[in-house]
Design a protein around this ligand. Structure first.
Ligand code: PXL
Length: 287
């Protein structure tokens, strides 16, 4: 049998500066022993979070021909992982990727907005197309803003009770995905946590994290990448969530301690080796 690392096709943009999307996905998954095949949807000089006029080159017409080439070569992928998408045509290209690799783990990070607001690029059409993509995924990783968009309901600033959190997770799973992980939710207990649901066994989980009064771009990408790497390595959902939350917390606390410009993303380079070590099960709890 062919011996090789697990392989993931990562369909995301490449933002040169600001530590998000493929700039963090590639190193994170590589250090976890997963081979990444980047499928760039666009090249940007920086992310779109406050670094001025971004130089942007769309690569929509690259994705399907690249997929055709991989199929011609007979290249297999154990996972297909999508993130920030710029157009409806890119959603179609992701759907083609998913259909071409029906046995691959399908991870959709429905990057659409934050803090109750959709990103400028996320039109109402893109919002409903992203829900189509989420419907065919095995795992989705929305934040609360994206969860509200996927469910076509208003964003609530109210902290979630455990019962409301479980209900939200179930509703998102009813869109299609077996596993739902909501990132950065505020609970009525005052805790900030990542919430998870695995429909296969009806289990609900949460992983609390320390509050840090700054938000950095790219943390969602790092979280979903570690989650993907851990799941591909055979971790259960709560262990994969703990690994992802623990690593993001390490990145955030390191960066915060230096008072670095938050627009530059997290200083993950110095802590990346932590991901090549085996980790303890982490601090998950049942929700
Ligand atoms: O990390 C999400 C992301 C991905 N890609 C681009 C972004 C952002 C968030 O701001 O601007 C281009």
């Amino acid at each position: 049998m062919e011996k090789r690392p697990q392989r993931v096709a990562a369909i995301h943009d490449l933002s040169g500066f600001g530590r998000c999307s493929l700039s963090v996905i590639l190193p994170v998954l590589s250090v976890m022993g997963v081979q990444v095949c980047p499928v760039p949807t666009a090249v940007l000089s920086t992310h779109t979070g406050g670094l001025g006029e971004v130089v942007f080159r769309d690569l929509t017409d690259y994705i399907e021909p690249a997929l055709a080439h991989y199929k011609e070569l007979g290249i297999g992928f154990e996972a297909v992982y999508s993130g920030f998408l710029g157009s409806s045509a890119q959603v179609d290209a992701c759907l083609s990727f998913f259909r071409s690799y029906p046995n691959a783990l399908k991870i959709v990070d429905p990057v659409m907005g934050d803090n109750g607001k959709p990103y400028r690029t996320c039109t109402p059409e893109m919002q409903s197309r992203m829900a189509e993509l989420a419907a065919v995924a095995d795992v989705i990783t929305p934040n609360l803003t994206e969860a509200a968009i996927l469910l076509k309901k208003g964003y609530s600033y109210e902290p979630l009770t455990h019962a409301a959190a479980r209900s939200l997770l179930v509703k998102l799973s009813e869109l299609g995905p077996n596993c739902v992980v909501i990132t950065g939710a505020e609970l009525a207990t005052g805790e900030i946590a990542n919430l998870g649901y695995d429909r296969a066994n009806g289990s609900f989980w949460f992983v609390p994290c320390d509050y840090v009064p700054v938000s950095y771009p790219g943390c969602g990408d790092i979280f979903a990448s570690v989650l993907t790497g851990a799941l591909l390595g055979g971790a259960s959902l709560p262990i994969a969530m703990s690994r992802a939350a623990g690593f993001v917390e390490l990145c955030v606390k390191t960066t915060f301690s230096y008072g670095a410009d938050s627009r530059y993303g997290v200083m993950f380079e110095s802590v990346l080796p932590a991901l090549s070590q085996p980790s303890a099960p982490g601090n998950y709890r049942t929700l």
